[in-house]
Design a protein around this ligand. Structure first.
Ligand code: ADP
Ligand code: MG
Length: 320
């Protein structure tokens, strides 16, 4: 047995529950449920770009899968299977134990089978492909927003950015208490993808996206795909108290509007759906906030105290 084979056996081979053939053969085998479409997405995390190389390995394992699960939430798909391609600078069993622990804890929580992957030596890089199922024609796409639709956001925005700023010793830190720090680091390092919300929004939301690069950038994707403009109300955007009380500060505005890594959902729906959306949110215990409206045009305006904000930075762009 090669060490690579041992490593895969030890850390990445677990019993599956919805897979015909999992890790160990030249390919995995899955059967798609009748009447369902396969939803497929991939996300790559590179040390130094997406995470600190010395970050907590358990949280990294969780987050690597969670950001992929979040893409399924955005489509209204039920996540089911994932593959994991990983490049490791060395074989560190303690690190791998933690990493796979975090990965599988996310996998168990969202019923995802790890069905295969690839393991190689190289600069720490994690590349995951996730597959899920959605009833044929029922996926929630970016292109479906309609004129005068409401714009909604789940959870709170800006916490992950504030967590990152805290780690980077940014100047807002002085106002953070221990609870804020814990919550923001949790948001940054171990986001919870909004699967229950994504599934409940099938047939209700006209468009949906998960916020990975900041609200302005990601809502911008919906607007471009749907051929509309929008107005956001800054005061309505949900965020933790310390951000709310400093919302007149451009740095705070940047956290809330333009920083990445929140993994909340931004979706549009007709005004007639307000009651049902609020009752869904209550049932699944996922807060949602009405933050704006779709209008004609192609511009994205942000209003604050009845004045239009001057928006300069429109979200995180890896090639910007
Ligand atoms: P091959 O050389 O045929 O690609 P590998 O030795 O790369 O086979 O992988 C052996 C088995 O282990 C395959 O089923 C593959 O999908 C799986 N595998 C490899 N690396 C990982 C990983 N990091 N996580 C999950 N499964 C993996
Ligand atoms: Mg291989």
């Amino acid at each position: 047995m090669t060490p690579e084979f041992d490593l895969i056996q030890q850390f990445f081979s677990r019993a599956t529950t919805q897979t015909d053939l999992g890790v160990g053969d030249d390919s995995a085998l899955i059967s798609i449920t009748h009447g369902m479409q396969l939803a497929i997405s991939a996300d790559m995390l590179v040390a130094g770009t997406h995470f600190f190389a010395d970050c907590d390995a358990f949280q990294l394992g969780w987050k690597s899968l969670a950001v992929n699960v979040s893409d399924m939430a955005a489509m209204g798909a039920q996540p089911k299977w994932a593959t994991l391609a990983i490049a490791l600078p060395d074989v560190n069993p303690a690190w791998l134990d933690q990493f796979s622990g975090g990965f599988f804890s996310c996998a168990n929580q969202f019923s995802v089978d790890l069905i295969g992957g690839d393991t190689t030596r190289g600069p720490l890089t994690i590349s995951i492909q996730i597959m899920g199922e959605v009833p044929i024609g029922k996926a929630i796409k970016r292109s479906g927003a309609q004129l005068h639709d409401d714009i909604w956001v789940s959870g709170q925005l800006g916490s992950a950015a504030l967590g990152l700023a805290y780690l980077q010793k940014n100047h807002l830190n002085s106002s953070l208490n221990a609870d804020d720090i814990a919550n923001c680091l949790q948001a940054l390092n171990a986001p919870t993808p909004r699967i229950a919300l994504g599934l409940s929004l099938r047939g209700i939301a006209t468009s949906n996206i998960d916020i990975s690069d900041g609200l302005l950038a990601d809502l911008g994707h919906i607007l471009r795909a749907s051929n509309f403009g929008a107005t956001l109300n800054l005061e309505a955007i949900p965020c933790i108290e310390v951000l709310k009380t400093s919302i007149q500060n451009p740095i705070t505005q940047n956290y809330v509007l333009a920083a990445g890594d929140d993994y909340e959902l931004c979706f549009t729906a007709p005004k007639s759906a307000r009651k049902i959306i609020e009752s869904i949110a209550q049932q699944i215990n996922c807060p949602v906030s009405l933050v704006g409206e779709i209008h004609i045009g192609n511009d994205l305006k942000v209003m604050y105290q009845n004045r239009q904000l001057n928006i300069s930075k429109k979200g995180f762009d890896h090639f910007g």
